[in-house]
Design a protein around this ligand. Structure first.
Ligand SMILES: Cc1cc2nc3c(=O)[nH]c(=O)nc-3n(C[C@H](O)[C@H](O)[C@H](O)COP(=O)(O)OP(=O)(O)OC[C@H]3O[C@@H](n4cnc5c(N)ncnc54)[C@H](O)[C@@H]3O)c2cc1C
Length: 539
């Protein structure tokens, strides 16, 4: 910080947390309305290494087109080449026999593998250059909310505690979720009991090297990409792990586990050793991590990952990024959520400051993000761990999930520009059929996964397959062809074994979690959500 901001004065906006969600909200707001006085309060003197290192196409759009980071990203980070999944049948098997699912070509739409501490620092630096004020290191101790009035923010910095006043508070405090916790809006999504362990590793294997065991002559025929710069996933029964190459040579590797299906406590040692032991059950991970060492002091563990806040905004406050909700890191939606929540927060505050009545804007904001969270969960993540380790089932979801993402979200961003980001996924009325279709095939695949597990045939075809998808781009013919392939494979599965799932009880109907009512799994009846969220979710 160059000079201490004059904190005696009143601010228009105080942002709690200066990492990506806070810094980007402040930056965009300042560009939208240079007259606003915006203060960011950040606890840490420098950002530590943080998880969340792969962008998607939406967050790629946000970083490049909305934050203007293209040149910075191509100079300092790694362009990402899509997603790849590796499946194994036998934990004692040969890595070369693992099946591969992924794109055939390099990606055509911008996305990146990032060192988040560097990126977040850069965005905060640009926000300061744009004119926001920064108090760092300083911690927000608590906030007294006054809807429609001035907010009181108690801040500790340099051994001193002061009260700062502002018309708006943006909570960008990450998983600390300062406002949601303090005000009792926070809920654990008990329908999805996942945990994660992760670290950065050195001396890892080379996916694309001459001696690589992860691509042989036949699987390389017709493959025109680079494996090492994809987000690679090791897929198992009830779990998956990511492999993200970082520019400095380290690799971020972490596992996410559905605690209903996998018992993490069986692993021995400290978290890093547990993670290594756990991953060695996958032949591809075992080979790629043969000589790998985790970076001491950079090993992390978090239980019960998903949660949501029942309020996302009020007349005087708004929650962005992880401070408002988190679902699951598969498909890397964290920075997408930042893109949607930060953009919507800017819109809400800017319009209110311009004199528009806050009540309808706040109501719409809460409704949109409440619905979006519920529907993203149901369409993409609920019970996914019942089938993501089986290539027969996952190849259907891989095609349909990504095609719908491209057709329904990414294409509109590039076609209509940043305005399109103001519609959180699945929140518009016309998104209902998309959501119901996605929830339907996700449930069917989960039911087949459970039935396969019960019959002892889960993952029976996980060896020796190379399933390379034609590519994800904006050519409609290509997208429809990929979708058609996914539907065709699904139809064949239904004809072959779908009838076996008839009597199997859907896992979501066994939930007793707060996320679901007695008619659990029915998103039209979510308990604990704000009245508007429930009512409008039925549309
Ligand atoms: C296992 C796992 C894997 C993930 N993988 C991906 C991925 O591949 N891609 C992706 O997009 N996302 C991923 N995510 C999600 C991603 O990490 C988060 O969405 C993202 O980092 C959230 O950013 P944020 O700015 O909201 O919060 P944070 O990055 O947590 O930043 C919050 C900031 O607020 C500051 N702060 C907190 N409290 C206070 C206070 N009281 N006063 C002052 N400052 C405060 C903190 O110091 C911090 O700098 C993953 C998450 C997990 C758990």
């Amino acid at each position: 910080m160059d000079k201490d901001p004059d904190t005696r004065a009143q601010f228009d906006v105080i942002v709690i947390g200066g990492a990506l969600s806070g810094a980007s909200t402040a930056f965009l707001l300042k560009r939208r309305n240079p007259a606003l006085r915006i203060l960011v309060v950040e606890k840490n003197t420098a950002f530590k290494r943080r998880v969340g290192e792969a962008t998607t196409e939406v967050s790629g759009f946000f970083l490049t087109r909305m934050l203007g980071l293209t040149n910075y990203l191509v100079r300092t980070q790694i362009p990402k080449n899509g997603l790849r999944f590796w499946f194994s049948k036998d934990s004692h098997g040969d890595a070369a026999d693992c099946s591969e699912l992924g794109g055939r070509y390099l990606s055509t739409v911008p996305a990146f593998l990032l060192d988040r501490s560097e990126l977040d620092e850069e965005v905060l630096r640009r926000a300061v250059a744009a004119g926001i004020e920064l108090l760092r290191p300083a911690q927000v101790l608590d906030v007294r909310l006054e809807e429609g009035g001035m907010q009181e923010v108690r801040v500790q910095s340099g051994g001193e505690t002061r009260i700062l006043n502002s018309r708006w508070v943006v909570d960008a405090s990450g998983v600390k979720a300062q406002l949601a916790r303090a005000n009792g809006w926070m809920h654990t999504n008990e329908a999805h009991p996942t945990l994660a362990a992760w670290s950065r590793w050195r001396n890892t294997g080379d996916w694309d090297g001459l001696d690589s065991e992860m691509g042989n002559d036949s699987s390389n025929q017709g493959f025109f990409g680079i494996r090492g710069t994809a987000t690679n996933h090791f897929a198992g029964d009830g779990w998956w792990a990511w492999w993200i190459q970082l520019k400095n040579g380290d690799v971020s590797i972490g596992a996410v586990i559905d605690q209903r299906l996998v018992d993490w406590s069986e692993q021995e040692g400290k978290v890093g050793e547990k993670l290594r032991g756990f991953l060695s059950r996958h032949p591809a991970a075992r080979v790629m991590m043969r000589d790998a060492e985790f970076v001491e002091g950079d090993v992390h563990f978090r239980r019960n990952l998903p949660y949501w806040s029942e309020r996302h905004a009020g007349n005087g406050f708004v929650l962005v990024g992880d401070a408002s909700a988190f679902i699951d890191p598969l498909y890397s939606p964290g920075m997408d959520w930042i893109a949607f929540t930060a953009s919507a927060a800017v819109e809400l505050i800017a319009k209110c400051q311009d004199g528009e009545g806050p009540a309808p804007l706040v109501e719409k904001h809460n409704r949109d993000f409440g619905i979006s969270y519920q529907r993203m969960f149901g369409a993409l993540y609920q019970d996914k761990y019942d089938y993501l380790g089986d290539i027969d089932l996952m190849r259907v979801a891989f095609r349909l999930d990504i095609v719908t993402y491209y057709l329904y979200i990414v294409r509109f961003l590039y076609k209509d520009g940043p305005q399109a980001i103001l519609k959180p996924p699945f929140s518009p009325r016309e998104a209902g059929p998309f959501f119901r279709f996605m929830r339907f095939y996700n449930r069917r695949l989960a039911a087949m996964g459970r039935s396969r597990r019960e019959r002892g045939v889960f993952g029976q075809h996980n060896e020796g397959q190379s399933d390379l998808v034609g590519g994800f781009n904006f050519r409609l013919g290509q997208l429809f062809r990929t979708a058609f392939d996914g539907l065709w494979i699904w139809l064949k599965l239904e004809l072959q074994e779908g009838w076996r799932t008839g009597t199997s009880t859907p896992r979501h109907s066994k939930q007793t979690g707060r996320f679901f009512s007695a008619r659990a799994g029915n998103f039209d009846n979510c308990s604990g959500l704000p009245e508007n969220g429930i009512a409008r979710a039925t549309r």
